[in-house]
Write a protein that binds this ligand. Structure first.
Ligand code: XMP
Length: 520
């Protein structure tokens, strides 16, 4: 490929990480301070692979993780992230029992299986069912019919849910149990979608398949249209991230909990993580603002001793020494980022923290030595930031980018005709009052004086996670294409950097035009 490169002219300008960052060691750099140089490419963006191995038994199909924040990741977000090939980390600003059920919800989620279908009772009138459809604005009119004990007694077909039959009882109009197509939970096997797809192929004209347990209690419903959508998705490039038993993967954050005497509460931490493991959690994250600390190190050690195979994320750090320390304590994956987050005020309040690209560079070199992965956590606002972060890390963690999505916790708020969702720092005063104070080394007692290290904010509502991720993934694939990188390992290998001036930054964004539509 000699004809495609001219090292003589390019090399003094566009430097690989090990030349560029040491040469810029007097200045802490972040995403907008640098740009990546293009390279000769034979790779089309759409052919690039984005899978990433974070630990021996933790692999993602896209390198994107949703943040363990109480306005970002609960089960709905974690399901959407894993369904797209990524990972969600369930936050810990909730009672421990509730976090266990959030994890169970993700692990038991069968994509395409409606687990709690709307059902009707045999003694209801068809008129009642019509009123229900009208009131709830249902777009369907076929319902399983279930008795008071949850047993399936039949199926009420949409053909009979008509005003002319309003006075008739459901019991008189239903298709009886013996004629209803069902499958038991056990028969679903490892791949319920393939099983349901096979059923619909074999049963001409049947559009509903009910799932029952051994006692004939209703446990779910497949519709042919859902299955068709999912089977089409299966040919998509980025598959859902699943465990060996074909369940979506899920992570959960835990804190370095202390007892009333200020000592690490080993028993409580072990009990809780034991519960998470029982429910099938794939990774736990010991999430704090200062990971290079005794409390976090001890928590990681306790967990590593008790759960030898469990992937452990720990953080946050911004130094090579911090990465080495947590790796030596037993963490497999280290979060890098102190103060870059869109709702963070750590650098303002504490005067501490390092801009992301420099922090990632030093962290990545220590991580390679210790054979652990690192995650770029915070400060990402556009797909180009992700590409730059991935030149030095194995995946990114995003909060603000997902906080406006339908799947994030919290209600949509309308202000001046625009729709928003709440987004707050875990170090904001209200979040700390709800439980995250330990993350910032403060007492959970809200009467004590504490300096919040995060703000409460709003994010514009931005639709589904699928839509947001499609934009981000497209951008990441373009980045790889420009560098001639077929996958993330090649991206890390090939990246060459140069500083950008303030004028260069202005040049990079749309300028000197009246913008009619934004890029997204
Ligand atoms: P983005 O930029 O994606 O950042 O919104 C999300 C990340 O920010 C961190 N985080 C905080 N950092 N004070 C901080 O200094 C806070 O209150 C706070 N809350 C979250 C966290 O690492 C998250 O993933």
């Amino acid at each position: 490929m000699a004809a495609t490169r001219n090292p003589g002219f390019d090399d003094p300008f566009y430097q690989p990480a090990d030349q560029f960052f040491p040469a810029n060691n007097k200045l802490a750099l972040t995403f907008d301070d640098v740009t990546l140089a293009t390279l000769y490419s034979e790779i089309l963006p759409r052919d690039t692979q984005l899978d990433t191995q974070l630990a021996e038994n933790l692999r993602l199909n896209i390198p994107v993780i949703s943040s363990d924040m109480d306005t970002v990741t609960e089960s709905r977000m974690a399901i959407a992230m894993a369904a797209n090939g990524g990972l969600g980390l369930i936050h810990y600003n909730m009672p421990e029992r509730q976090q266990l059920s959030e994890v169970s919800r993700v692990k038991n989620h069968v994509h395409g299986l409606i687990q709690e279908p709307i059902q009707v009772a045999p003694d209801q009138l068809i008129g009642d069912v019509l009123a229900l459809i009208e009131q709830k604005k249902f777009g369907f009119s076929t319902f399983p019919v279930v008795d008071g004990k949850g047993k399936l007694v039949g199926l009420l077909s949409g053909h009979v849910v008509k005003p002319r039959y309003a006075k008739r009882k459901v019991a008189d109009a239903l298709t009886p149990r013996a004629q209803v197509h069902t499958i038991t939970q056990k028969e679903l096997g490892k791949d319920p979608i393939a099983r349901a797809d096979k059923f619909f192929n074999e049963h001409l004209g049947i559009h509903k398949l009910l799932v029952v347990d051994d006692k004939d209690n209703l446990r779910g419903l497949f519709t042919m249209s859902d299955i068709e959508r999912i089977t089409q998705e299966r040919s998509a490039q980025f598959k859902p991230a699943r465990d060996a038993r074909f369940h979506l993967i899920c992570g959960a954050a835990v804190s370095a909990t202390r007892n009333a005497f200020g000592e690490l509460d080993r028993e409580r931490i072990l009990n809780h993580v034991g519960g998470l493991v029982e429910r099938g959690v794939d990774v736990v994250a010991v999430s704090t603002a200062h990971g290079h600390s005794q409390g976090v190190g001890d928590t990681v050690r306790v967990l590593r001793d008790a759960f030898s195979k469990l992937p452990i994320i720990a953080g946050n750090v911004t130094s090579a020494a911090g990465v080495e320390y947590l790796a030596e304590c037993g963490a497999n994956i280290i979060k890098v980022g102190q103060g870059p987050g869109s709702i963070c005020t750590t650098r303002i309040v504490a005067g501490v923290g390092i801009p992301q690209m420099t922090a990632l560079y030093v962290g990545s070199r220590a991580a390679a030595k210790k054979k652990v992965s690192i995650l770029a956590d915070g400060g990402i606002v556009k797909s180009g930031d992700i590409v730059k972060a991935l030149t030095l890390s194995q995946a990114v963690i995003c909060g603000g980018i997902f906080a406006g999505c339908n799947e994030a916790p919290g209600e949509v708020i309308e202000i001046g005709g625009k729709l928003y969702k709440q987004y707050r720092g875990m170090g904001s005063f209200t979040a700390m009052k709800s439980g995250s104070a330990a993350r910032y080394g403060h007492s959970p007692n809200p009467t004590q004086k504490v300096a919040p290290e995060g703000v409460e904010a709003l994010k514009e509502a931005c639709g589904s996670v699928d839509r947001v991720l499609a934009q981000l993934i497209g951008g990441i694939q373009s980045g790889l294409g420009y560098l001639g990188a077929a996958n993330l390992a090649q991206l890390r290998d090939k990246a060459r950097y140069i500083r950008v001036s303030p004028a260069g930054m202005r040049e990079a964004a749309p300028h000197d035009v009246v913008e009619l539509k934004t890029g997204n």
